[in-house]
Design a protein around this ligand. Structure first.
Ligand SMILES: [Zn+2]
Length: 477
């Protein structure tokens, strides 16, 4: 049997916190057919492919890659792979796939539009369970809006009753299915965990969402048994590490624990929660003390580091304190190079430092350095990509407006991820001043060096020195 969890990702790895993940299980059951072969056959069709390859990973390791044929189909024939969660990548999309020996799994997916779940078609053994789990996912989507609009406003007892009954209903459906179709133990465990952690996640978020919805000043007092499910939370199951509902639960859980811990125990009471450096260091320690599975721990600690470094924009010395602490706690983190790279990049674009001397191309095809472009004038660097038409439209209007309102600034557009011909055509089409437009050939390096996140961000410089590297085009400058 096999299980697929699909994630709608972003092309930019720093954005993973904000990804709209959707998960689907595609369980090809093993009813009737005995698993005589240890081989795994995993194949499919990509509608509207964005490139020629599908690459299969286990964690960070490439297992295999397959080229799409003329019908946009791919196939992996694998022998002797361990049962478990994998992910495959058809850039910029990532999808998780659970594979077991003897699997024969087919998928078809469409890269366009925002509704992967509805575009997904699968075939092979076990259509019943596939459809069941797809329905489960679609129901979850509907439930989420109900929970946000209605349930989060309820009193704690009512809320937990509602959530628990939704959870039990799904478990009962899974059980009923298990009596019709044979499901392996590991697959059942993962399906159960997906159901349980989806609803536990709502429980973890309740105090904060409730407070927000009711505009309360304080967190609501909770009955003693509110968090009773926490006794059963598993911090040491490597089968769950890449399971989206489980990982989302972990993030909410540690946000919740840290908030409560800090407001109770840390010397400055409630105020300390607003101290981002303290809060995030506290969270690192909690994760370190509770999580057993090394990979899960590494991923969660990385998540704290990225969130803190990318979103808080703390003072340089605070960032240093944070990263030093991170090294002490998790120097052997599997993501340490990436985290250090991010820290370094942020350090290099602090106020009064010269903008990194990165080379971009002008319309004539010459290489020009950012420092050269920013010399003398007050300059605002903004970013756009040809694939995000909506963003480009808004940006072009905003630039036209600001160029009149703020004539003391020179507004310079840097394109990422668009081929040269398309880029030039878009400049004409959107009426952008070609003298102030440049294109990054190595956009990955540029987005990492200048931390192009979110895409609305801009960098303000004066005589090539950074004034603010974390401003945005809608802020007043
Ligand atoms: Zn604290």
């Amino acid at each position: 049997m096999g299980l697929v969890i699909l994630a709608v990702p972003s092309s930019y790895s720093y954005m993973n916190k904000n990804l709209l993940y959707l998960f689907l299980f595609v369980l090809a059951s093993c009813n009737k057919v005995e698993k005589n072969s240890p081989n795994v056959f995993f194949a499919g069709e990509i509608v509207n492919p964005t490139n020629d390859y599908v690459v299969l990973f286990k964690g960070d390791v490439v297992i295999d890659s397959a080229k799409l044929d003329e019908n946009n189909r791919f196939a992996f024939k694998l022998d002797t792979i361990a049962d478990g969660l994998y992910h495959f990548n058809h850039a910029p999309e990532y999808q998780y796939v659970y594979l077991e020996k003897g699997d024969s799994l087919m998928i078809r997916l469409n890269t366009t539009g925002g509704s992967f779940d509805e575009s997904l078609i699968f075939s092979g053994n076990g259509e019943e369970i596939n459809n069941f789990l797809l329905d489960l996912f679609l129901v979850n989507e509907d439930e989420e809006s109900l929970i946000y609009s209605k349930y989060f406003g309820m009193e704690p007892d009512d809320f937990s009753k509602r959530i628990d009954s939704l959870r039990r209903e799904k478990l009962a459906q899974l059980k009923a299915l298990g009596s019709d179709v044979k499901i392996s133990r590991q697959a059942e465990e993962i399906a159960k965990a997906s159901i349980n952690y989806t609803y536990y996640d709502y429980m973890e978020r309740y105090p904060f969402e409730h407070k927000k919805l009711l505009r309360d000043k304080e967190i609501h007092d909770l009955p003693n048994n509110f968090y009773a499910y926490r006794k059963g939370v598993d911090f040491n199951n490597s089968n769950f590490t890449y399971l989206r509902p489980y990982y989302d639960f972990m993030k909410s859980h540690f946000d919740n624990l840290t908030y409560i811990d800090c407001s109770k125990d840390c010397s400055e009471g409630n105020e300390i929660v607003k101290n981002e450096l303290h809060f995030n260091r506290h969270k690192l320690k909690l994760i370190d003390s509770l999580v057993v599975d090394k990979e899960l721990k590494d991923n969660l600690l990385r998540n704290v580091a990225f969130k803190y470094l990318l979103k808080v924009h703390d003072k340089e010395e605070n960032n240093k304190t944070f990263i030093d602490e991170f090294h002490k706690l998790s120097g052997n983190n599997k993501h340490i190079k990436e985290i250090d790279g991010l820290y370094e990049a942020i350090r290099n674009i602090q106020p009064n430092k010269e903008i990194p001397n990165f080379y971009v191309s002008n319309v004539a095809g010459d290489s020009v350095s950012l420092q050269n472009i920013a010399k003398k004038d007050k300059t605002v660097f903004y970013f756009w990509s040809g694939t995000d038409k909506n963003h480009l439209e808004k940006m072009a209007n905003r630039v036209a407006q600001l160029s009149v309102a703020k004539p003391e600034y020179s507004f310079v557009g840097i394109n990422i991820m668009t081929d040269e011909a398309t880029w030039k055509a878009l400049l004409v089409n959107k009426g952008l001043d070609a003298n102030k437009q440049f294109r990054a050939k190595n956009f990955e390096e540029l987005t990492k060096k200048l931390i192009v996140y979110p895409l609305n961000k801009c960098i303000i410089t004066d005589d090539a020195k950074i004034v603010d590297a974390f401003s945005n085009m809608y802020a007043s400058f």
